[in-house]
Ligand binder design. Sequence first.
Ligand code: ZN
Ligand code: ZN
Length: 346
Amino acid sequence: MDIKETFCPLCGKPSLEGEVCGQCRAEKTRWLECPPRVTTVICPTCGARKEAGGWSDLKVERDELARQLITRMVRLHPDLRDIRMTITLDEISVNRNRAECQVSGTLFGVPVEGSCATEVEWKREQCNRCSRISGSYYEGVVQVRATGRRPSPREVEETTRIACAVEASMMESGERLSFISRIEEHRDGIDITVGSQRLGSEIAAAISRDLGGRFTTHPKLVGEKAGRQIFRITYSLRLPRYSRGDVLIVGGRYMEVLGVDGRQLRCLDHSSGQVRSVPERQVERRAGHKGDAAAWMVAFRDADLLGVLDPSTGVTKEVKIPRGREICPGTAVRILKDGDRLVLLE
Ligand SMILES: [Zn+2]
Ligand SMILES: [Zn+2]
């Protein structure tokens, strides 16, 4: 068979059917282009980024974001294969980075290599959340109070922890405007000021789920915007008189509250180890909270009595062993002090 040899019209090297060869085509093609500048808007307060008119919280470092933006903006020839890009960043000023992109790949079967320079400009603009926070904007207040008493320091701490956890999970799911703008402790309880009504009702629901109690919702008209009425909502939450972990005296016995349902308490009777339902009105008084109990060492056992060492004084005291419990000397037990009396907890 007679194979007709053909040549590239530009360089004269052999080529298929007399076409311009890959080498010449690659040399003549602008296959790499960088925009002179990439601009992005960042909130100076929280670092959120404005994108397509909306704000989103950044999950990446600034350098990483710069690389992502540049990678997206660099224009490469569609026929370029085996692309490898290295981006080197230099900080020119707080608001500007110089970037050098080195790209290599294969174009029309020929290895190519090139580089281009660009700049990343960081514009600063306060985001919608930060401007709401600095403008003291809010949509509701969760007011936590307790029935017939003040919320305990433990409840105040728990309430704060729950509120912050709900805020964090809503932020995580992209609800940027669901922020807590203030948590204030008052003489009679705690107020949590929230940036969105959804956050308010989620916090109130989570607290009552965890600590018991109920809440009611009280909207108040505060104005109008673009024909829409603007409400602020007070979520009024009342913690139950007794809460989980409280140690109460019922019928002369110590009981620990396991749960509260309205005015009915689910209690663990520490002397019998049984769980009972107790109406709130049968409670004689509150002896303390199981969180206030301390670990005491058991020094000896004598029939149904234990000799236990007070960790604060080193003095040995005696306490009766609840029925059905096996406790050995040398172990530690949880003991709550109720005045002079000792309550041995589970
Ligand atoms: Zn050629
Ligand atoms: Zn911000």
